[in-house]
Write a protein that binds this ligand. Structure first.
Ligand SMILES: CC(C)(COP(=O)(O)OP(=O)(O)OC[C@H]1O[C@@H](n2cnc3c(N)ncnc32)[C@H](O)[C@@H]1OP(=O)(O)O)[C@@H](O)C(=O)NCCC(=O)NCCS
Length: 147
């Protein structure tokens, strides 16, 4: 495959990010282009992922958000490259890193482990308030820096 370039996003990338996310009925959910990293092949944006800082009940943590790879480019290691790039930008782990995802196997391969519902409720206000919490298809997972 042609070379995959991973880079930080800039303002003009916003439309390409929105287009990519909309493929999976996702939106930017209040995030800005500066929150994203992108995968590019021959100048075409083929993947994106965001890293955000969150706080709830006095706990500060990081969260991977809005990860998506263009349907024609899935399964080629792009998602892995994006997550690994985000991990390098964190540097010295300042706080725990989480993700809420419908793709737990993908994240397990990147050293994330499922957490239980009580921890999920302690981290996200929208989960705490959600009437579909018991039927939620999103797994909450925590990254283990040691494995
Ligand atoms: C999930 C996603 C970001 C993964 O990106 P990708 O570039 O396809 O993933 P990779 O090629 O890096 O895959 C790495 C490994 O995870 C596996 N994997 C990837 N997506 C998977 C999924 N949805 N379910 C199970 N395994 C998956 C791959 O088979 C691969 O396994 P291998 O190393 O044994 O070959 C991408 O498939 C995607 O955009 N999915 C749709 C949007 C979505 O579900 N986003 C996540 C919501 S949080």
């Amino acid at each position: 495959m042609r070379e995959i370039r991973i880079r930080k996003s800039k303002k003009p990338d916003i439309l390409a990010i929105q287009r990519l996310l909309s493929t999976y009925f996702l939106d930017m959910e209040g995030l800005g282009p500066e929150d994203f990293v992108l995968a590019e092949i021959d100048g075409k944006i083929t993947g994106c992922a965001a890293l955000i800082r969150s706080e709830f009940h006095g706990k500060n943590f990081l969260e991977i958000h809005s990860i998506a790879v263009h349907p024609n480019f899935r399964g080629k290691g792009i998602g892995t490259r994006l997550v690994k790039y985000l991990l390098t930008t964190i540097g010295d782990p300042c706080c725990d890193l989480y993700v809420r995802t419908t793709a737990p196997i993908f994240f397990e391969k990147l050293s994330f482990k499922k957490i239980d519902n009580s921890e999920k409720l302690s981290l996200w206000e929208d989960c705490e308030k959600c009437e579909h919490f018991e039927k939620c298809t999103q797994y909450a997972m925590k990254h283990s820096y040691n494995s």
